[in-house]
Write a protein that binds this ligand. Structure first.
Ligand SMILES: [Zn+2]
Length: 189
């Protein structure tokens, strides 16, 4: 996923995770809810992938989990996400640069460049090979849908970088660096 042609995340927030609008209470997406309600009445009830007991209700539009298990999954993802720290070291009028740290290693494991052209945000994420970006970020018994650390980092960036810039349309490209870690800048690192 992260080699060769960079995956394009254009103008969308991650499918689920830390972005508050994804976790809103039932009823927030009025139009969507009515669609889901209509569709549900035509389908056989499906049991939650995690507990296998309750009926699915989350996430909206692609229900696979019951409310309780979904909230548990989101809580686990939030804990995993907090292991990342984004440290801004360049702040310009229309651009920023961050180093990405993970609690398990001392050296930075990635960097993020944000450019605002006045209309859209353009983000470039560089991931260093000193961290297991493609590893599953957590394991839940029976979960059909795991997430990698790289995917969790996209959530973190949406929350800590994109939202403070005011949201709006944004574009994200992810590159893998061949260098083991960021070069030193001015001996500050
Ligand atoms: Zn469940």
């Amino acid at each position: 996923m992260l080699g060769g042609t960079p995956p394009a995340y254009v103008g969308r927030v991650p499918r689920r995770g830390l972005v508050p609008s994804h976790r809103g209470p039932a009823g927030r997406f009025t139009r969507y809810n009515s669609y889901v309600a209509t569709r549900k009445s035509n389908l056989a009830k499906t049991k939650c992938a995690l507990c296998g007991a309750k009926e699915v209700s989350e996430p909206r539009g692609e229900e696979r989990y019951c409310r309780d298990c979904w909230e548990k999954k989101i809580a686990v993802e939030e804990i995993v996400a907090r292991e990342f720290a984004l440290k801004r070291y360049i702040r310009a009028h229309s651009a920023e640069k961050y180093l990405v740290y993970h609690s398990t290693i001392k050296r930075p494991c990635g960097q993020i460049i944000v450019v605002d052209d006045g209309y859209d945000l353009f983000l470039t994420m560089v991931l260093y090979p000193n961290f297991g970006w493609e590893e599953a970020a957590y394991h839940l018994e029976g979960d059909p849908e795991g997430r990698t650390f790289a995917e969790i980092l996209v959530d973190v960036v949406a929350t800590e970088v994109i939202e403070p810039w005011g949201g709006g349309k944004w574009h994200l490209e992810i590159f893998r660096s061949a260098n083991p870690e960021p070069e030193n800048w001015n001996g500050e690192m």
